[in-house]
Design a protein around this ligand. Sequence first.
Ligand code: GLN
Length: 381
Amino acid sequence: MFAKRTDYFVESVIRDMTRLSLKHNAINLAQGFPDFPAPNELKQAAALSIMEDFNQYSITWGAKDLREEISQKAEQYNHIEADPESQVTITCGSTEAMMASMLALINEGDEAVIFEPFYENYGPDAAVSGAVPRFVPLNDDNSIDEDALNCAFNRKTRVIILNTPNNPCGKVFTKGELKMIADLCVDNDVIAVTDEIYEYILYDGKKHISIGSLDDMKDRTITISGFSKTYSITGWRIGYVLAQKELTSAIRKVHDFLTVGAPAPLQHACVTALRFPDSYYEELAAMYDGKRKLLYNALIKAGFKCKMPEGAYYILADIPDGVNMDDMAFAKYMVSEVGVAAVPGSSFYRSEAGKHKLRFTFSKKDETLQEAVKRLNDLNI
Ligand code: GLN
């Protein structure tokens, strides 16, 4: 009765946990979105855009002023040259950017290399676009298993999906690692599709490097980012794709018929975001650093084992010894009995490893996190 492709994935477990959290009146550390206000200037810019009547469709691939600002930002921050007329496409969040890119690139049966743990969407992205996923587990210390990565590449490989800083494990890929991936892409004629939505959320002096800025990767990288996380506006759904001209043409065609365009008044307001001073980004990272430490300490105290993330705003934690529940059962117990919602680890793994993990976000007000800490303290295992 239904298309076969829908058999290969389920509805988002992350968003399902949000629904469960609301039902149990729990603290939602499941879905990664801020519960604090968006910057005032942005809210004003959005209201003004509507009053000034930016209320009809923008150009399907994005409002010109925003594409121009994105192009400048890409050059300065990512060291990527992208002509606003032919290499920048604005989408409904980076989620659409990823799906449109995959639909534009993949022929049925092409393979997609995906590091594990991975962001929940990449499985469905592969299923819908017809790609066969090839999962490459990261080592326990989050380093790359070079042999496993080498083995994953073959004649059928069309893309490798990267996510740096990484959701869920917080890894920030180093230049050496990206170079190694770039060499494999060049040798095997593979495109890197890189999701860099957390590019400004970095800790302990870590630097964000875009694989698209490396030699030989200019024409074989699709760089995806957006406004949701950097400016705390996840509900606006404004993302974008940078890619060379021919790839951009294909992506724009898919994007056009998927969504026509991203919300016009909000695109206009995002121009204001890209003009924020450097201090905005420093303060953002410093704010999340405090929240990271708060949640990390609470999880360790409650018996979880976890690493400090290097970037993004999640902690992937091993379920405490002595808990005789798998990730699903324990996540349900946590939300209904402890009052803290987290995401079951299996959302981020194809292998069994996820069954022993939960993912928590710290993209919440300090008082929300403190209430969660209180509840975690009462966790009696
Ligand atoms: N990226 C966020 C997360 O991982 C939100 C996911 C979503 O619902 N789109 O939690």
